[in-house]
Write a protein that binds this ligand. Structure first.
Ligand SMILES: [Zn+2]
Length: 354
């Protein structure tokens, strides 16, 4: 079985967003409780980690914006935009979330873990270089990718963002870079409004941003097709040294903010495909981080499905096995939505063989 690291900390539940806010501490409660069970603690790794430094955060965010977030510390409530509310310890939690991803990459590069999942809050993928937005304070994944490039000298990092919403912050951070290949599948049109098919990067980064805007209602087969027909061929050709994933459980059936219909089996399938890709191209180096997902039970079941696949076996005999072999082959054969696939192929033709 694989050495799968979990990043968790009670501080992530101290980021309080107020009654009725969908991005609530309760999102982590069930999975954190589950992770206390001896059957799971015996199998998974729980590394110690520390907060990202201001130097780390500054690689991706402006001094003005960092100051704005830091100024919320100690205040019971403040708003960074209409949806993005903070509490007294939100700033600390945001620094720790970014630190979790840096630590995960560090351990992957040192060969001390095989893969990992950062079960952190606040999420990060909407945070742009100069502004917090969409429930996100700092862009943890972008901060960590910049750390890997600057401090560890990585030249090719692949980012898949499967959250329901477009990862505008991550896209903008690397829009002009050929070192980070950013691929996002998202409901469109939807918040935050970006992520059209024609957004493909600029300058040296042209061809290194791939957006797949989707109508609502897509389920397991469509997502399996997107992974198999679009993400895997591009990523194999790019040959990344590391794969980072923005995980959103808001693509799950019944999510209060989304209209997708992905099941835990679909999430397991997607994770399995990414584990296989990582083993093929970069010695298995795969790190996932939690972004959105607002149905509490879907987040709990989705986390278990993803973790089982990262680990390589059921974590507990009591958990359902999400994916039998026959179901896996059925999903593998499912095409991406045909018309959309043709459009993506046309759009990406200058850079990628799809
Ligand atoms: Zn989302």
């Amino acid at each position: 079985m694989r050495r799968t690291a979990i990043y968790r900390d009670p501080l992530f539940q101290e980021h309080k967003t107020g009654a009725g806010h969908p991005e609530s501490p309760q999102r982590l409660e069930a999975i954190y409780r589950e992770l206390e069970r001896p059957e799971l603690t015996a199998k998974l790794l729980f590394p110690d980690f520390s907060a990202a430094s201001l130097e780390d955060i500054r690689r991706n965010h402006s001094a003005r914006m960092i100051q704005e977030v830091a100024a919320t510390a100690g205040k019971a409530a403040a708003y960074l935009d209409a949806d993005t509310r903070t509490s007294a310890r939100s700033y600390e939690a945001a620094l720790l979330a970014a630190g979790a991803l840096i630590d995960g990459i560090n351990r992957l590069l040192a060969g001390r873990i095989d893969n990992g999942f950062a079960l952190v809050r606040p999420p990060g993928h909407h945070a742009e270089q100069d502004r917090s937005m969409g429930f996100c304070l700092f862009n943890s994944l972008a901060v960590a990718a910049r750390w890997a490039i600057k401090v560890r000298g990585l030249k090719r990092i692949c980012v898949l963002d499967w959250d329901l919403h477009h990862g505008n912050g991550t896209q903008k951070s690397f829009y002009g870079s050929d070192k980070v290949l950013f691929c996002s599948f998202h409901q469109y049109p939807h918040y935050p409004g970006s992520g059209a098919l024609g957004e493909c990067g600029e300058g040296r980064g042209l061809g290194y941003t791939i957006n797949v805007p989707l109508a609502g209602g897509q389920g397991d087969a469509a997502y399996a097709g997107l992974i198999n027909d679009i993400f895997l061929p591009v990523a194999r050709s790019f040959q990344p040294e590391l794969i980072l994933v923005s995980v959103g459980f808001d693509i799950a059936l019944g999510d209060p903010l989304g209209a997708m219909r992905v099941s835990p089996a679909g999430l397991a399938y997607m994770t399995r495909a990414l584990v296989g890709l990582a083993e093929q191209v970069c010695g298995g180096k795969l790190l996932l981080t939690l972004e959105g997902g607002y149905g509490l039970e879907a987040g709990h079941q989705g986390s278990l499905a993803v973790l089982s696949e990262l680990y390589g076996a059921a974590l507990d005999p009591a958990f359902p096995v999400y994916l039998g072999i026959s179901q896996a082959s059925a999903l593998a054969a499912a095409p991406a939505p045909a018309e959309l696939f043709q459009e993506v192929r046309r759009q990406q033709q200058p850079w990628w063989q799809l």
